[in-house]
Design a protein around this ligand. Structure first.
Ligand code: NOJ
Length: 560
């Protein structure tokens, strides 16, 4: 393994940036962000240092679940633009060194999709078996619904044919019958289509849900065509995607305990998903922040299963959904609620928060920087949601998860520079108050070397210069202060040590980082330390302070 090999498996040290085209930049003044606008802003992403752009669904949709209810898997929502403009975005991004991936929604379609409209026409319609039906009355499934504020069953009775269809999400999102070979063929065809147009992979929505559906179908003796092992579907999908495009990835949404996630990587064969979001580490990071005690985070990281070199964790502190805390215990979740979202309107679904990070941290710039320094230092590929680089806030007046899907704040001007349309025509209102565009905007922060934006840009550059963080072996370094996470990522002949202080008090950390004298060079600010001849060093940290240090042993090839 050499540094030159890192480009083949680009996702191991990527910086992923997620955005929704409709809230990013409106180029034609109709109040809705569009692909033409995104093309205009690709250079902004390049300047920040992003290497992979993740587009939320841009397909035609009745928009009842913000585009995750698709009516044409091959289409582009005409409000956003055309296929031609999407290709322009991809080419422009590629030219600036940015790959583009997009959400693919396999688990379900909109109930307005022509397949479902046909399927519900009669029991013998040729699309009937493209969805999942039952003839008998379903049992109580209220404990299985994803959105308990809106649904109380995962089955909905269809009046016309008198049968119930499965919908793990909203009732207007019927689950596709992924056990049906014709459905699988069509999904592969659509993914092949988008790869031809230039995508470098997919964020695969709701993976465990459709794998469960296959498992249920496989248990049915009347379905000998369904492979007994539901994971065969993910293996087939990965093989197909990589046959079509060798470097394309599947980044799966699999919010399961770590031990179950290993299976979705394909175990030691590593032949299923290339990447998965690390929900467990994210949730324990918040618990650690709430307690000012790194032990929950350190435990999650230590228990994270080892993965094969071609696989990777996507690390994050915020995404477009609720900030879910569903894998914490009730008491732990309450601790995070008490610390970061005590008001009922800040909470959602009984399991998560509607807030973005700055509000949770009372806008404290020291803590914000600490969290992002920590995020980028963790083993994995950091993933950020648009506006995080500016410290954008949420709008709690917006319904549910829409609180964090407000327009990107480009300038201090009208509509935050997002659109020239009258405010009432905007796809979503711009955040008001202290986190509004007058105080938080890209134009001002790009020019300010002390802004959060400049800080994140520096972090991205530092992360990209440390392949150890994406590729290396990770170890939590023992030291007695529970407010401090000290960790080391080592790869080949290189290593990075990172120390992060979750506490408000300054502290000193005694570490042993080698078995001889080494030079430690700061990567985030000017500075260096030399250990004693047994590799011991004492590092001073401010309250909420952090340091990343490269270990230099003799004449190694890395630039000090
Ligand atoms: C997960 C997506 O992240 C979420 O936004 C969506 O509502 C559900 N899947 C259903 O597609």
């Amino acid at each position: 393994m050499r540094v030159t090999d890192t480009s083949d498996q680009w996702w191991k040290i990527a910086v992923i940036y997620c955005l929704d085209v409709e809230t990013f930049y409106d180029s034609d003044g109709d109040g809705i962000g569009d692909l033409g606008g995104l093309a205009e802003r690709v250079d902004y992403l390049a300047e920040l240092g992003v290497t992979c752009l993740w587009l939320m669904p841009f397909y035609p949709t009745p928009d009842r679940d913000d585009g995750y209810d698709v009516t044409d898997l091959y289409g582009v929502d005409h409000r956003l633009g055309t296929h031609g403009q999407l290709v322009e975005v991809i080419r422009t991004a590629n030219d600036r060194g940015i790959r583009v991936i997009a959400d693919v929604v396999i688990n379900h379609t909109s109930d307005q999709h022509p397949w479902f409209k046909a399927a519900r026409r009669s029991k013998d319609n040729r699309y009937r078996d493209w969805y999942v039906w039952r003839a008998d009355a379903p049992p109580d499934t209220s404990d299985q619904v994803v959105f308990p504020d809106r649904e109380d069953s995962i089955w909905e009775k269809d009046p016309r044919t008198g049968e119930w269809y499965l919908h793990h999400f909203y009732r207007y999102q019927p689950d596709l019958n992924v056990a049906n070979q014709a459905v699988r063929d069509e999904i592969a065809r659509t993914m092949g289509f988008w790869l031809e147009l230039g995508l470098d992979g997919f964020r695969v929505d709701a993976v465990p849900f459709f794998i469960d559906d296959v498992e249920t179908a496989a248990a049915d003796p009347g379905r000998p065509d369904v492979p007994a092992d539901p994971h065969q579907y993910l293996r087939d999908l990965r093989a197909f995607v990589n046959r079509r495009k060798g470097n394309a990835i599947l980044l799966g949404e699999v919010n399961l305990p770590h031990r179950d996630q290993k299976k979705f990587f394909g175990g030691n064969a590593a032949d299923e998903l290339h990447m998965m979001f690390d929900f467990i580490t994210m949730q324990n990071l918040y618990l650690s922040l709430a307690r000012g005690d790194v032990r929950p985070l350190a435990k999650a990281l230590r228990q994270r299963p080892a993965i094969q070199p071609s696989c990777q964790w996507a690390t994050f502190v915020r995404n477009h959904d609720e900030l879910t805390l569903d894998k914490l215990t009730d008491a732990q979740r309450q601790e995070v609620f008490d610390a970061f979202g005590p008001e009922p309107e800040m909470q959602i679904y009984g399991r998560g928060l509607k807030r973005r990070l700055p509000g949770m941290l009372d806008g404290d710039p020291r803590r914000l920087r600490l969290v992002y320094a920590l995020l980028f230092s963790l083993p994995g590929t950091p993933t950020i949601f648009y506006g995080e680089e500016l410290g954008m806030g949420e709008d709690l007046a917006q319904e549910g998860r829409m609180a964090v899907r407000t327009p990107m704040q480009w300038t201090s001007g009208r509509n935050g520079g997002f659109s020239t349309a009258p405010p009432r025509k905007l796809v979503s209102p711009v955040v008001e108050g202290g986190y509004g565009p007058a105080h938080v905007n890209a134009a001002q922060q790009r020019r300010d070397p002390d802004s959060l934006w400049s800080f994140i840009r520096g972090l991205i550059a530092a992360y990209r210069s440390c392949p150890e963080l994406g590729w290396g072996t990770f170890e939590v370094l023992p030291q007695p202060d529970h407010a401090v996470l000290a960790h080391r990522s080592a790869w080949e002949d290189a290593a990075v040590i990172a120390v992060h202080n979750l506490g408000a008090e300054p502290t000193e950390v005694d570490l042993t980082v080698a078995d001889r004298e080494v030079l430690l060079v700061d990567l985030l600010q000017p500075g260096e330390e030399r250990t004693d001849d047994r590799g011991r060093v004492t590092l001073a940290l401010d309250g909420y302070g952090y340091r990343w240090l490269r270990v230099h042993v003799g004449d190694d090839a890395r630039l000090p």
